[in-house]
Design a protein around this ligand. Structure first.
Ligand SMILES: *[C@@H]1O[C@H](CO)[C@@H](O)[C@H](O)[C@H]1NC(C)=O
Ligand SMILES: *[C@@H]1O[C@H](CO)[C@@H](O)[C@H](O)[C@H]1NC(C)=O
Ligand SMILES: *[C@@H]1O[C@H](CO)[C@@H](O)[C@H](O)[C@H]1NC(C)=O
Ligand SMILES: *[C@@H]1O[C@H](CO)[C@@H](O)[C@H](O)[C@H]1NC(C)=O
Ligand SMILES: *[C@@H]1O[C@H](CO)[C@@H](O)[C@H](O)[C@H]1NC(C)=O
Ligand SMILES: *[C@@H]1O[C@H](CO)[C@@H](O)[C@H](O)[C@H]1NC(C)=O
Ligand SMILES: *[C@@H]1O[C@H](CO)[C@@H](O)[C@H](O)[C@H]1NC(C)=O
Ligand SMILES: *[C@@H]1O[C@H](CO)[C@@H](O)[C@H](O)[C@H]1NC(C)=O
Length: 574
């Protein structure tokens, strides 16, 4: 669907040398090519990287980005999977690349690294060598957004395959990979993390938001493909994450912005929070503020505060009107490489605004609340709190002003894109020339998704509609409780009693790996197992005799574990 594209030269014509339409028509194909060039093994700038591995940048020194980050790779492949599953690019070569990504990530999940192993926290490792070996140097680890973003990318693909009849591969090959990542999120979301800029070790809004999304869509996906045993734990922790997302340590009502990290000693104004909005956008959720949708009053207020924080810190922004687009960076206090604007953060501002425009168009109205009033006053000083229908002239005025504002951010990046179309990580705050890593894959992907949002290209939602925030927030320390299972069962000589059930600690319903109980107090058989706290666990006992397996009759036994302490469960064989 097309929205009338308003010419970018309207609001701040003197700033831009080139129209946004013409920039996108040349830069659009280059951004896709820029992404593909950085993916092994055939990407022209990724020689030596394993198949499906995304190189962050071909730059090997000052800075050395010749690594693969789980976050960057997952965001990049989400954009490619979106293109494949919506038919924008349905070529078999893209399908091959996506399958290679999945194979690569499935292997990387198993690589022991300084954060741990597959089952002891290793999925939080932020980056690996491009040959899929562990990076063992000092680093800001763990970073707990990676597994969530990777699950989101793979679920998008899995849903498409499932809809197209490829159910076996989804359940037998893809699901176990996704389940590893979502299990990690369930276990570790409530522990501190390095933020997406790898500097602050605390709780981080972007991480919380993408973890919430991953568990929410993970629960829907698991239900759809019949993996029901995980659904209650995903939903429980998604509810806890949604609750935590509302925390006062994030949303600052007095100053109208989201504090990006609970630690770090900065203002907290940070592109982290805009990236959270655009990567959890769900058109069907409207302008819901509990999930900080791009058009929500909180996210718009936050956008203005964030943008304004860069007006005086970069000299290339000097002389630009206080309500016009500027170059933005990660956060105003940034000193990395001397602290400059980034392409991907400036594109993120545009993308959030385009998403908002798409939501208002879909809803046929736009709300101005006391929270979003300062945002809208930039475009109309007399605007009042209220609902403006798409038939009103106020709506038309605001929509075209927001469109021009959004285009302005693209035009700023356009102005500082070199004539060969390449996108580095940053551009100089004083003269706009490219700075830091060349050909940053994420820069290209951020352009791709911003241009698609401008085009009102629509991708699958993730279940953000109609969510209810629990009245009290609970954490999940990842703690376990000792559960003793006693079962009265008479057996014949050589026959043994085992248990298996719905969680890792009970071997996920595997009769082969089921846990053997002790017969020391025969006819009571016993075992003590550490199970996740505050979790509903389903289980059954089984008998094994001469290689034959006999399950207890239905239904499954069930226990909800306490938050702490220990518990004894007394059963009789059925
Ligand atoms: C990479 O190149 C090899 C050799 O030409 C080819 O077999 C493979 O399919 C290519 N991979 C992709 C994703 O195009
Ligand atoms: C993988 O890459 C790392 C870093 O470049 C290098 O030290 C290591 O030798 C490589 N390992 C293999 C098996 O190629
Ligand atoms: C299902 O998709 C996977 C991944 O692309 C592919 O390897 C497999 O051949 C497909 N199976 C069928 C039956 O199409
Ligand atoms: C505007 O606010 C009303 C009342 O809160 C709500 O029902 C409606 O969905 C909102 N519309 C938009 C576009 O945000
Ligand atoms: C925008 O949509 C049109 C029509 O579907 C398509 O031809 C064009 O390639 C799209 N452009 C971008 C940048 O997505
Ligand atoms: C854990 O969850 C509780 C309850 O939501 C919250 O107050 C606390 O800040 C969280 N801690 C971390 C590190 O996420
Ligand atoms: C017991 O749990 C398994 C695994 O989730 C499930 O397949 C089965 O349908 C359940 N049995 C009953 C009777 O609910
Ligand atoms: C199981 O039996 C033990 C000892 O007889 C008792 O302490 C415990 O409370 C019982 N558990 C339940 C759930 O009734």
């Amino acid at each position: 669907m097309y929205r009338l594209l308003v010419c970018a030269l309207g609001l701040a014509g003197t700033v831009f040398g080139q129209s946004v339409d013409s920039y996108i028509s040349t830069e659009g194909p280059m951004t896709k090519a820029g992404v593909l060039a950085n993916i092994g093994p055939n990407g022209s700038k990724a020689a030596g990287a394993s198949p499906g591995v995304v190189v962050a940048s071909p730059s090997t020194s000052s800075p050395d980005y010749w690594y693969t980050w789980t976050r960057d790779s997952s965001l990049v492949f989400k954009s490619l999977i979106d293109q494949y599953t919506t038919g924008i690019d349905s070529t078999s070569s893209l399908r091959t690349l996506i399958d290679e990504f999945i194979t690569a990530e499935a292997y990387i999940q198993t690589v022991s690294n300084p954060s741990g192993t597959l089952t002891t926290g290793g999925l939080g490792e932020p980056k690996f060598n491009v040959n899929e070996t562990a990076f063992t140097g000092t680093w800001g680890r763990p970073q707990r957004d990676g597994p969530a973003l990777r699950a989101t990318a793979m679920i998008t693909y899995g849903n498409w395959l499932y809809s197209n009849g490829n159910t076996t591969w989804v359940t037998s090959t893809l699901w176990p990979i996704v389940e590893n990542d979502l299990g990690y999120v369930v276990s570790y979301w409530n522990e501190s993390t390095y933020d997406l800029w790898e500097e602050v070790d605390s709780s981080s809004f972007f991480t919380t938001a993408v973890q919430h999304r991953a568990l929410r869509e993970g629960a829907m996906f698991a239900t759809r493909i019949g993996q029901t045993s995980v659904v209650s734990s995903y939903t429980t922790q998604a509810d806890n994450l949604l609750c935590f997302l509302q925390a006062k340590s994030y949303w600052n009502p007095t100053s109208g912005y989201i504090t990006a990290n609970t630690g770090g000693g900065r203002s907290g104004k940070d592109a982290n929070t805009l990236l959270a909005s655009i990567h959890t956008f769900d058109l069907s959720a409207g302008c819901d503020a509990t999930t900080f949708q791009p058009c929500s009053d909180k996210a718009l207020s936050n956008l203005k505060v964030y943008v304004d924080s860069f007006r005086s810190v970069y000299s290339i922004n000097n002389g630009i009107a206080s309500n016009a687009a500027i170059a933005t960076g990660r956060y105003p206090e940034d000193t990395y490489q001397n602290g400059n604007p980034w392409y991907l953060t400036t594109f993120a501002v545009a993308e959030q605004l385009y998403d908002a425009l798409n939501s208002w168009e879909a809803q046929g109205s736009l709300n101005v609340t006391s929270i979003s009033l300062p945002f809208f006053q930039q475009f109309s000083s007399s605007i009042a709190v209220g609902t403006y229908s798409s038939t009103s002239s106020t709506y038309s005025t605001l929509i075209s002003a927001v469109q021009s504002f959004a285009d302005g951010f693209v035009a700023i990046n356009a102005k500082y894109t070199p004539s060969d179309g390449s996108l580095a990580e940053q551009y100089s705050k004083s003269d706009g020339s490219p700075v830091s890593a060349v050909d940053l894959t994420w820069s290209y992907a951020s352009a791709l998704t911003a241009f698609e949002a401008r085009n009102n290209t629509q991708f699958a939602g993730w279940g953000a509609t109609g969510l209810t925030v629990p009245s009290t927030c609970s954490g999940n320390s990842g703690s376990t409780v000792a559960v003793t299972f006693n079962v009265d069962a008479t057996t014949v000589y050589g026959e043994n009693i085992y248990i298996t059930g719905s969680v890792d600690a009970l071997e996920n319903w595997s009769p082969d790996n089921a846990l053997l109980l002790s017969s020391a107090n025969y006819p009571t058989w016993s075992i003590t197992v550490n199970l996740p706290a505050s979790t509903n666990v389903q289980y059954k006992y089984i008998r094994k005799y001469n290689g034959a397996v006999t399950w207890e009759s239905d239904p499954n036994n069930s226990i909800t574990t306490p938050a702490s302490g220990s518990v004894t469960e007394n059963d009789t064989w059925r």
